[in-house]
Design a protein around this ligand. Structure first.
Ligand code: T3D
Length: 277
């Protein structure tokens, strides 16, 4: 599973299917969900490949920013319901298994890896696909697409962290409305609600994301990772605990090479060159 410096490559060994592509260039890893004919619906193979690739990206200190995107006209329409109907016939056990074995670790990696994560939403994001997008730091959505919290439409509750991330993005009342009454929320409304960071024309998506990812990949990665952890921690802890967590992370980042270099550069009126350490 060696990363490519030139273009997207299979995420797994040579003859394996390519439901997920990984490209690494200039410290930016681009992970592409690659079942375009199925609107990047999440079947078992894709989920297992995605989990492996995300772990690889998280563990690679040479990667300083992750971009998650989809191929074709959709970002991701969530669980592959064609596969799902087959597993339903074998009983509810398989549903419980994929949530804990696939969805939960995927979202944990997206949420907690020590580097910034961008969702390049090239098309509709639905169900767990929407949840994956919410687990990232910045979401760039094409103006022709939307987001659909599709779970209740098929009589499911919600998963992949939707109940955790959505209220933090839009507030509890709005989160419940979007989950109880699923619909495809058009791009301008997604922006107004705070579900996405930015809306762009489809032809501008690649350049917008590239510029953002390049900027983040050249930044203070340790500080970025620590900011992710501090914000996630304080969302579910009291002020005194959050202050203690901040103090620990300030101590960590205060001892970093990047901090030393950045303060020296500031005082010398120079631009800092961050190494990520
Ligand atoms: O055990 C477990 O796995 C539990 C875990 C669950 C996690 C989840 O993600 S649950 C939620 C699963 N996802 C959905 O319920 C979304 C279903 N899709 C839709 O609601 C709509 O398709 C969209 C809002 C995403 C897009 O609408 P639209 O109008 O642009 O497209 P469409 O015409 O509805 O769909 C186009 C085709 O894609 C269509 O197939 P066809 O008619 O061309 O042969 C449709 O059936 C197919 N498709 C869309 N979503 C899925 C799908 N096929 C399989 N799985 C899908 N999720």
């Amino acid at each position: 599973m060696s990363p490519s410096a030139s273009g997207p490559e299979p995420s797994t060994s040579e003859n394996a299917p390519t439901s997920v592509l990984l490209d690494v260039a200039d410290a930016v890893a681009t992970v592409t969900l690659n079942r375009p004919d199925a609107l990047n619906a999440l079947d078992t193979e894709l989920k297992e490949q995605l989990l492996a690739v995300l772990q690889q990206v998280a563990d690679d200190p040479g990667v300083r920013c992750l971009v998650l995107t989809g191929s074709g006209r959709a970002f991701c329409v969530g669980q592959d319901l064609k596969e799902h109907i087959r597993s339903l016939s074998s009983g509810p056990g398989s549903l419980a298994t994929t949530v804990t074995e696939h969805y939960n670790p995927i979202v944990t990696l997206l949420t907690t890896m020590n580097k910034p994560v961008i969702a390049a939403l090239n098309g509709v994001a639905a169900g767990a696909g929407a949840s994956f997008a919410f687990a990232t730091d910045l979401r760039i959505l094409v103006d022709s697409a939307g987001i659909n919290l599709a779970f209740a439409a098929i009589a499911l509750s919600c998963d992949s962290g939707a109940s955790w991330a959505l209220p933090r993005l839009v507030g509890t009342a709005r989160a419940k409305e979007l989950l109880l009454l699923p619909r495809t929320i058009p791009a301008p409304e997604c922006l107004a609600l705070g579900l996405v960071t930015k809306v762009v024309a489809a032809e501008d998506l690649a350049a917008t994301v590239r510029e953002l990812a390049t900027t983040l990949a050249a930044g203070p990665t340790l500080a970025y990772g620590s900011i992710r952890r501090a914000v996630a921690f304080s969302a579910s802890h009291a002020l005194d605990e959050s202050l203690a967590q901040e103090a620990g992370l300030m101590s960590l980042t205060g001892g970093s090479e990047d901090h030393q270099a950045a303060v020296s550069a500031f005082l010398a009126k120079e631009k800092p060159a961050f190494t990520g350490r």
